[in-house]
Design a protein around this ligand. Structure first.
Ligand SMILES: Cc1cc2nc3c(=O)[nH]c(=O)nc-3n(C[C@H](O)[C@H](O)[C@H](O)COP(=O)(O)OP(=O)(O)OC[C@H]3O[C@@H](n4cnc5c(N)ncnc54)[C@H](O)[C@@H]3O)c2cc1C
Length: 362
């Protein structure tokens, strides 16, 4: 018997468990594969929505809270696990002024530093490797990134260090509900009982609840390629026409990503390799000299507007949902697990929870 069972050990499930454990709750994470092996491993780790001004206030609110949490969280995870998640402030350069007004309004509203860059020399001072064809842009110097595989490794290490319980390679087959009250979950071989259950199963989160009052989350495949480069050659994250470049500390450079609605299929394709490479070279021509070391795909937990579900189920007592973070699970995650924990603990929510309710627009 546990007080809380979390279904799914991606970044959302792991951070939720950590938050509850820190509040003194006995929590068990049940994960179908290895902890952090799905979208949370595959992502780019940009700690900002890609065009934040295109998102609702409810998304930006979580993003801005998370940004304040990450530096401390990364340090704590490193202290507990010995793993450096490579949280770095590499800034984010947008290579277009098309949405300048919206961006400036957004930056003012959320007190984010944003510089409008109107001459080529300045843009090449920010990122010397950017194509000479790029002459203007918007520069957000404070945007951070984190390295996903290291983040999930650090979280697993921290689970071991602080004693958070988890089961890997154990799919949850269904919920145990009696007279409208959650009692636990079933796996192939066992029933695990708990007072509360949290669905944090990413793209698979729609599979547990029957009937109309369900979450509307669907998988959206994202493919990424990784170049092997020299440390320090490219220093800034750059975003151009929906394609982005993320330089890591060790010189590897990620270029992403596709948006594909092809069900639960994670196959990588040659078409994506060619398209991602073409777009990447248009941004940073020097990538043309680098070998593509790896390509992968992850399944984002897609919602229509990218607004996650962070709520209690209105009809099943003790059942909670923290899912549907779509393209922003890392940047929204740290704040959304705080709100989830407040709900589970019966505390007054620190932000208005209504946009994340089951019946709200997502
Ligand atoms: C290419 C790509 C780039 C991205 N870039 C960024 C970015 O730069 N910044 C950002 O913030 N976000 C980014 N994202 C999105 C982000 O990765 C996701 O929003 C986030 O990882 C979702 O976390 P999660 O824990 O909800 O899902 P997941 O990581 O998918 O975890 C869900 C877990 O639930 C488990 N599960 C499912 N069903 C069951 C079951 N029946 N029983 C037990 N366990 C189960 C799964 O095995 C899985 O491990 C990106 C995603 C992709 C694919």
């Amino acid at each position: 018997m546990s007080e809380v069972i979390v279904i799914g050990g991606g970044i959302i499930g792991m951070l939720t468990a950590r938050e509850l454990h820190n509040a003194g709750v006995d929590v068990l994470v049940i994960e179908r594969g290895p902890l952090g092996g799905e979208s949370s491993w595959a992502g780019g780790g940009i700690i900002s929505p890609l065009y934040p001004w295109r998102y609702s206030r409810s998304v930006n609110q979580l993003a801005e809270i998370s940004k304040t949490i990450y530096p401390g969280l990364a340090q704590q995870l490193q202290d507990e696990s010995g793993v450096d998640c490579e949280l770095i402030t590499s800034g984010l350069l947008f290579t277009s002024l098309e949405e300048q007004q919206q961006a400036e309004n957004w930056a003012r509203e959320w007190s984010v530093e944003l510089q409008t860059v109107t001459d080529a020399q300045h843009i090449h001072e920010i990122e010397p490797q950017v194509s000479t064809a790029i002459e203007t842009g918007l520069w957000l110097p404070d945007i951070m990134q984190i390295r996903n595989p290291k983040l999930v490794k650090a979280m697993k290490g921290s689970f071991d260090a602080v004693g958070i319980k988890y089961l890997e390679h154990t799919p949850v087959d269904g919920l145990v509900i009696e007279a409208g009250v959650i009692k636990g979950v079933n796996t192939a071989s066992d029933t695990f009982t708990a007072d509360k259950v949290i669905i944090a199963s990413g793209a698979w989160s729609s599979g547990f609840i029957k009937g109309e009052r369900n979450v509307a989350v669907e998988p959206v495949k994202g493919q990424m390629i990784m170049f092997r480069g020299e440390p320090g050659l490219i220093r800034r994250m750059v975003l151009s026409s929906g394609h982005y470049i993320i330089p890591r500390k060790d010189g590897r450079v990620l270029a992403g990503s596709t948006l594909e609605r092809t069900g639960f299929d994670k196959t990588v394709t040659d078409v994506a390799t060619v398209e991602l490479r073409r777009a990447a070279l248009e941004i940073i021509p020097a990538l043309g000299d680098m070998e593509i070391e790896r390509q992968w795909a992850g399944l984002r937990p897609g919602t229509e507007q990218g607004i996650p579900y962070i709520c209690m189920h209105p009809e099943i007592d003790g059942l909670y949902i923290n899912a549907g973070h779509y393209r922003n699970g890392v940047v929204l995650g740290a704040a959304s697990v705080r709100l989830m924990a407040e709900m589970v603990l019966g505390q007054k929510p620190s932000i208005d929870p209504s946009p994340y309710a089951l019946d709200a627009e997502h």
